[in-house]
Design a protein around this ligand. Structure first.
Ligand code: HEC
Ligand code: HEC
Length: 378
């Protein structure tokens, strides 16, 4: 498996070196099909509505200050707008908050692909030391003390009392409804036959995307991600060296992820996929993210080091950055200023005309612990 993967990489590198990129050998961009639904967590409108409440509810975090929505704001495309995500009070996070939009389509979640389902992802977020930092049994007890939740969980899951694992299942079901609506995405409208949905610049941008710029090699298919892992050499975030609380987070994460002693002692960059495989050849590799909804989710990359889409295109134009395992698929592109603009215009047309905003759900108010911090973040 590993060998054949490497062989494909080497073979595609040769193809690029000696000929133009054969865009038609990659799955094309286009409207997303309905997301895959797991058999063991069928969704119902009631489950989705409960999941939405829980996504907003600060009781599913340690000190009530970190509901999911506080780092995944609808108006910010489901991300939080920061370079790296805010962390649990007293900590700093170490990664950029990913958008939750279209997360139903990935087979591996998080920048390093550490979990394989939304049902597993939610407890990792609500319990993670630098994110929600909640204790499962405490969070469960909080739900059990609210008559509205007792009734809702009973209706949806048939249990006498809310179970925290069912809370994660409801949140997962809700997230599977947060998808780009093809009717609102210019490029999807174009693919569905509306020839006016794409302007001349976006048209040329698509040709660069599929051709000279080679983005299609990794960002392909309706999700604009092949879901594989590569090192592209995004620069290190300065917090690794300069910020004491940032350093504490980094060391703690390395410790949690069980890296060998020397990597822990000398940890000065985020190693991505390596934490999962512990294979030195995976140092610096990240899951290819979707390119949908980018208009709303700046800044970019696992550590938010690239502020704008123009910066991203410049980064690729230079052939990416430096990394020990850097992919041979990235080479200097020699794009003209106009070609770069066209590419940015094309990327923007992969976002909905407006962000997917929605009304806040009404939460049970029997006891209102603290003001919901979402208000403060805005
Ligand atoms: C402290 C801010 C914060 C909170 C609170 C938070 N998240 Fe996140 N979320 C992030 C960050 C940062 C990442 C990327 C982390 C990584 O890759 O290590 C992320 C990643 C994700 C992803 C993966 C998306 C992808 O493309 O793989 C999903 C889904 C998600 N969060 C859902 C949730 C849910 C559900 C909750 C509440 C239970 C939640 N988040 C709470 C910051 C947060
Ligand atoms: C070799 C595979 C590969 C190619 C080719 C490639 N990318 Fe990427 N792209 C990635 C990976 C991996 C990441 C995540 C890197 C990270 O976070 O450090 C990424 C991240 C991005 C992001 C950030 C998305 C976000 O949500 O933060 C954008 C935008 C992007 N790429 C656009 C492009 C464009 C435009 C091109 C063509 C000029 C391109 N990519 C070519 C693999 C690739």
């Amino acid at each position: 498996m590993k060998n054949s993967y490497r062989f494909t990489l080497a073979a595609s590198a040769l193809v690029i070196a000696f000929s133009a990129i054969a865009a038609d050998k990659y799955p094309q961009l286009g409207p997303l099909p309905p997301p895959p639904l797991p058999k063991d967590n069928p969704d119902t409108p009631e489950k989705v509505a409960l999941g939405k409440m829980l996504f907003w509810d600060c009781r599913l975090s340690g000190d009530f200050s970190m509901p999911c929505v506080s780092c995944h704001l609808p108006a910010l495309g489901g991300g939080d707008g920061g370079q790296i995500s805010r962390g649990y009070p007293g900590t700093k996070h170490w990664r950029n908050s990913q958008t939750v939009l279209n997360s139903a389509y990935y087979n591996k979640l998080f920048w390093e692909g550490s979990v394989t389902s939304l049902e597993q992802q939610a407890p990792a977020a609500a319990g993670g030391g630098v994110a929600g930092n909640g204790d499962d049994s405490v969070m469960e007890m909080r739900l059990r003390f609210l008559p509205e939740y007792v009734a809702e969980f009973k209706k949806v899951f048939g249990t006498e009392w809310p179970r925290v694992n069912d809370a994660w299942r409801a949140i997962a079901a809700f997230q599977r409804t947060l998808n780009s609506d093809a009717k609102k995405v210019p490029l999807d409208r174009y693919a569905m036959g509306d020839k006016k949905a794409r302007n001349a610049s976006q048209h040329k941008g698509m040709a660069r995307y599929n051709g000279k710029a080679g983005c299609i090699q990794c960002h392909n298919g309706p999700l604009a991600s092949n879901q594989k892992f590569y090192a592209t050499g995004v620069p290190v975030h300065p917090n690794f060296k300069e910020d004491p609380i940032g350093q504490v987070t980094h060391r703690w994460e390395l410790y949690q992820k069980g890296v060998p002693e020397d990597k822990y002692r000398n940890g000065n960059d985020d190693h991505g996929l390596y934490y999962i495989t512990k294979n030195p050849k995976d140092i610096g590799k990240w899951r290819v993210p979707s390119l949908r909804e980018l208009k709303y989710t700046a800044p970019y990359m696992h550590n938010g080091m690239l502020a704008t889409l123009a910066d991203v295109v410049d980064f690729y134009d230079k052939g990416g950055g430096e990394a020990q395992n850097k992919t041979p698929l990235l080479k200097p592109l020699k794009l003209t200023a106009q070609e770069k603009k066209d590419l940015v215009a094309f990327l923007e047309a992969l976002s909905m005309d407006e962000p997917l905003v929605m009304d806040d759900p009404k939460l049970p108010g029997d006891y209102q612990p603290l003001p919901v911090p979402v208000m403060a973040v805005k």
